[in-house]
Design a protein around this ligand. Structure first.
Ligand code: 5GP
Length: 190
C-alpha cells in the first residue's frame, strides 16, 4: 500500500536493524485517516471469504482492526494481554512471547466473544517472529473457529514470522513488507 510505505519512510524510524518505531502514526499517536485507508484496503483484500469476525491483540492492533471491522461491517474482538493465568471455563488463554518486551504474557479472550464456526480475520500492527499471530490462531482454533486470514500492517520480512505462518497454512497479507533496515534506513521488498 503506497500511502503507508510513504508514511513509514517519512515518519517511521529504524532504531536498529530489528525494531521500527512508528509511534507517531500507529503505536502511540494514531493517524486516523491513514488507518481508515488501511481498513478499507484490508476490507477489499479479504472480501468474499465468508469472514464473520475481526480479532486483534491489544493495544496497537486496535486502530487498524477497528477500521477493518468498520469497512467490513463486522464485530471486532480485542484479545487481552494478561500477566496471570485465569482458571475459568468461560475464558481461553495461551502463552505468547512478546518481541518488543522480551517477556511472556497470557493472551486472553472470553469464549462468549468467539463462536464455533466463526471465520476470523486476525489484524495486527506488526509481524516479526509470528508469536502473537500464532497465539491468536491457537485461541481461535481452541474455540472451534477458523482463521480465515491474517492481515498485517507492517511485516518485517527479514524475520521469520511470515514464512512460518505461510508454512502452517495461514493466508497472510501484509500492506508493507520491510526487506531490511539499519539505523535511519528502511528498504521495502518491492
Ligand atoms: P511477533 O509476535 O510477530 O514476534 O511480533 C509482533 C508483535 O510485536 C506486534 O504485535 C508488535 O506489537 C510487536 N512488534 C514486533 N516488531 C516490532 C517493531 O519493529 N516495532 C514495533 N513498534 N512493534 C513491533
Amino acid at each position: 500500500m503506497e500511502a503507508l510505505k510513504q508514511k513509514i519512510l517519512k515518519d517511521g524510524r529504524a532504531l536498529n536493524d530489528q525494531v521500527l518505531l512508528v509511534d507517531s502514526f500507529l503505536n502511540h499517536q494514531v493517524d486516523a485517516k491513514l488507518m481508515a485507508q488501511v481498513g478499507e484496503e484490508f476490507a477489499r483484500l479479504f472480501a468474499n471469504q465468508g469472514i464473520t469476525r475481526i480479532m486483534t491483540v491489544e493495544s496497537s492492533g486496535i486502530a487498524p482492526a477497528a477500521m477493518t471491522a468498520l469497512g467490513m461491517g463486522l464485530p471486532l474482538v480485542i484479545m487481552k494481554k494478561s500477566s496471570s493465568r485465569i482458571l475459568s471455563d468461560d475464558t481461553l488463554q495461551t502463552q505468547v512471547h512478546s518481541f518488543t518486551k522480551n517477556s511472556d504474557y497470557q493472551l486472553t479472550v472470553k469464549r462468549k466473544y468467539i463462536h464455533p464456526g466463526d471465520r476470523v480475520l486476525v489484524i495486527d500492527d506488526f509481524l516479526a517472529n509470528g508469536e502473537a499471530a500464532f497465539g491468536a490462531a491457537r485461541l481461535i482454533e481452541e474455540a472451534g473457529a477458523t482463521v480465515a486470514g491474517i492481515g498485517i500492517v507492517i511485516e518485517k520480512a527479514f524475520q521469520p514470522g511470515g514464512r512460518r505462518l505461510a508454512e502452517a497454512g495461514y493466508k497472510v497479507i501484509s500492506l508493507a513488507r520491510v526487506a531490511k533496515m539499519a539505523e535511519n534506513h528502511i528498504e521495502f521488498c518491492d
